[in-house]
Design a protein around this ligand. Structure first.
Ligand SMILES: *Cc1c(COP(=O)(O)O)cnc(C)c1O
Length: 337
């Protein structure tokens, strides 16, 4: 795997840390738990989209673009980080917000919505669930061109093969760190949404022949559909890299912790967010890493792992949206309202 062949902007200094979570392991009476702190990646408040944007924005700049256009949910971390990258590079940025739950976008909302405003989105347009998002982005691109600009559109979550290279790079980073730490991880657990993170890791691990299985925890889709999406993107990413691809059997995307739907809180998510905060001082998020951690905890509690297994959870970020979910996350025992 020769990632240096692909143009890349640098938004993070060095590797993100891998930390042991001894208090969480003790609380669960479970395996040895470690966390890859991708919440500490660069750009405003970090998170997994930063790795994808290093490759996507480099491509935009190579094409001479002056405006980034992308799409996401009302509390989209991807939109926040695309906007941050645009600000840093001196580009304009237009956002299309897909209201996956009707009526949930409000310009008054805190969390990422506030940050869209602070970082100066050139335009924000709300479209309903089920919209043709590629066509909506094309409309914005046409408007930019009509005004004499050069648009560059980025798919939702930055999840195309170029963006997924960011997580192939992360897989290489993990393998290097595991060697350095002398900790041969038995398994990796990660949130699986628009699939670029999960697919990129699988492509990177396959390229390195690392032999570390990955468990994806879905935040939106049913298992079969998500596994199909992840595998398709992993194959395309491996093709771009020119490396051996993961098999369909390598793709595991469990759907037991989605709850009533994308971004809708679950009791397990709230418990996971609160447990990580109180036991390790680490902030997860309600939409992705909270549900992924609920999945990891659920798997540990149901005895899926041997006590001496070493599990690496990838923290994909997202903590800015905690503030938009305060009402769901507070301890009811402390809440007199
Ligand atoms: C986007 C996102 C994910 C999911 O990553 P995908 O590449 O879309 O599957 C996980 N966690 C956070 C915090 C995210 O913003």
């Amino acid at each position: 795997m020769n990632l240096a062949r692909f143009p890349r902007r640098r938004y993070t200094h060095g590797f993100t840390p891998i930390e042991a979570m001894p208090r969480l392991s003790a609380a669960l009476g479970g395996p040895q738990l470690f966390i890859k702190r991708d919440d500490l990646l660069g750009l405003a408040a970090g998170g997994n989209k930063t790795r994808k944007l290093e490759f996507l924005v480099a491509d935009a700049l190579a094409q001479g673009a002056d405006t980034l256009i992308t799409v996401g949910a009302p509390q989209s971390n991807h939109c926040r980080l695309t906007l941050a990258a645009a600000a840093k590079e001196g580009l304009a940025c237009r956002l299309i917000i897909e209201e996956r739950v009707a009526g949930t976008f409000s310009t008054e909302a805190l969390g990422n919505n506030l940050l869209f405003d602070l970082m100066g989105a050139a335009n924000i347009r709300v479209v309903p669930l089920g919209s043709d998002l590629a066509a909506e982005m094309d409309k914005d691109a046409a408007a930019v061109r009509a005004a004499g600009g050069k648009p560059y559109t980025i798919v939702g979550g930055g999840s195309n093969p170029l963006g997924a290279l960011g997580y192939a790079a992360c897989a290489a980073e993990i393998v290097t760190q595991a060697f350095d730490m002398g900790v041969p991880f038995d398994r990796i657990v990660v949130a699986s949404g628009s699939a670029g993170t999960h697919a990129g890791i699988l492509a990177g691990l396959a390229a390195l022949n690392a032999g570390i299985p990955v468990i994806g925890i879905n935040v939106r889709r049913q298992r079969a559909e998500q596994e199909g999406n992840v595998h398709k993107l992993a194959l395309a990413t491996s093709a771009l890299l020119g490396t051996p691809a993961p098999t369909r059997e390598d793709v595991v995307a469990l759907d037991d912790w989605v709850g009533p739907g994308y971004s809708l809180p679950t009791a397990d998510m709230v418990a996971a967010v609160r447990l990580l905060a109180a036991s390790e001082g680490i902030l997860l998020d309600p939409v992705y890493s909270g549900k992924a951690m609920a999945g990891l905890i659920g798997l540990v509690r149901s005895g899926q792992f041997a006590p001496d297994e070493r599990l690496l959870f990838i923290h994909t970020g997202g903590s800015p949206s905690l503030h938009a979910y305060a009402h769901d996350l507070r301890d009811p025992a402390l809440n007199n309202a």
